[in-house]
Design a binder for this molecule. Structure first.
Ligand code: SF4
Length: 341
């Protein structure tokens, strides 16, 4: 595995219950991803500007899983595309995102292709079956990825492919199968095996449970947890709170392009619960909780209200909320839930 960054600047929003007992020096040494003030703005054909991601800041450490959650269109997948350098030409970025010592924002395609994708960031895709090449066997695709990322050839390449398959729990006896011959779970493992070939310190899982039945969701979540426990930093982008609860150490909630709460999974999903009204609404919408949907719809990113973007849907909104709340103490809200009440 590539050595994690030893950037000595202070980590932001990363302290977990487990980490808090460690010395700050040893904790900072484990940081893999540092995102600071990341913003992504699109210029549309009609000249409008759409702020899809606004001033996002967080850190991610080796062995840790951060779940980035929120409704569709909240900006979480745009953030993932920004980290991978896959934004369209009409996008402009600001801020900083450093993975394992490499600045991602503004990096050229050559740098991203040669040093980032697959090597520093392994992508566990949203749709494994679509991500795999349909006319080539899983083994052939794994071997090709091994050659491209490691330069290994012959027996060494085959051994490396087998190792990646084993780490993703993909059965060696199925390596000669084509993607259409795989179940949903095996296709997911095949895509994960490809993501693991380059031994990237950061795995970015973009909606990896979409379209899977509950059993496969649980299995995929458990596999991601296993990869975190083996030392990978995992950025799990999902709208599936059950998968996040099963996998994550911390949860960051996005709304209208901003992080509105970041908390330990223990506090977020436990008896304390989230502090931000939107985050509480997301949890309460689950069938196993109150099954009460949040009224209204998310705002258009190109037409955000002044102040807090959640105000039109928020039961706590008042005049103070016409001023944009900044993230402070893990929550961006003028009237957050008081956990000590
Ligand atoms: S800032 Fe105001 S409107 Fe926004 S979530 Fe908090 S209470 Fe609701």
């Amino acid at each position: 595995m590539t050595a994690p960054s030893t950037d000595p600047s202070p980590a932001v929003g990363t302290e977990t219950p487990a980490a808090s007992s460690a010395s700050s020096a040893s904790f900072v040494a484990l940081r893999v991803l540092a995102v600071r003030g990341l913003s992504v703005r699109f210029t549309m054909r009609d000249g409008r500007h759409v702020a899809a991601v606004d001033d996002v800041t967080f850190d991610l450490a080796a062995g840790e899983c951060l779940a980035l959650v929120g409704e569709s269109g909240c900006g979480k997948s745009v953030l993932a595309s920004a980290l991978l350098g896959l934004l369209p030409a009409n996008a402009r970025t600001a801020g900083s995102a450093v993975v394992d010592g490499v600045e991602l924002l503004g990096a050229g395609e050559r740098t991203l292709a040669r040093t980032v994708r697959g090597r520093r960031i392994g992508l566990v895709p949203q749709s494994p079956a679509a991500h795999l090449t349909p006319v080539r066997t899983v083994g052939a695709q794994l071997a090709e990825t091994v050659r491209a990322l490691t330069g290994l050839r012959g027996t060494d390449a085959r051994d490396a492919a087998l190792t990646a398959a084993a780490r993703a729990a993909f059965p060696a006896g199925h390596l000669d199968r084509y993607p259409h011959e795989l179940s949903g779970g095996l296709a997911q493992r095949a895509a994960t095996a490809i993501a693991l070939v380059g031994d990237a310190p950061l795995l970015l899982a973009d909606e990896p449970t979409t379209g899977l039945d509950r059993e496969l969701v649980d299995h995929t979540a458990d596999e991601l947890r296993r990869h975190a426990d083996e030392g990978h930093a995992i950025l799990l982008i999902t709208h599936d709170l059950a998968a996040a609860a099963r996998t994550a150490d911390r949860v960051a909630v996005m709304y209208a392009g901003r992080i509105v709460e970041i908390a330990s999974a223990e506090a977020f999903f436990g008896s304390l619960g989230p502090r931000h009204p939107y985050a509480r609404g997301l949890l309460n919408a689950l069938p196993e909780r109150e099954f009460a949907p949040i009224p209204g719809l998310p705002p258009e990113l190109g037409d955000l209200p002044a102040g807090c973007a959640f105000a039109p849907r928020c039961p706590r909104a008042d005049d103070a909320c016409t001023v944009l709340p900044r993230l402070a103490g893990g929550v961006a809200c003028h009237h957050p839930e008081d956990r000590h009440a």
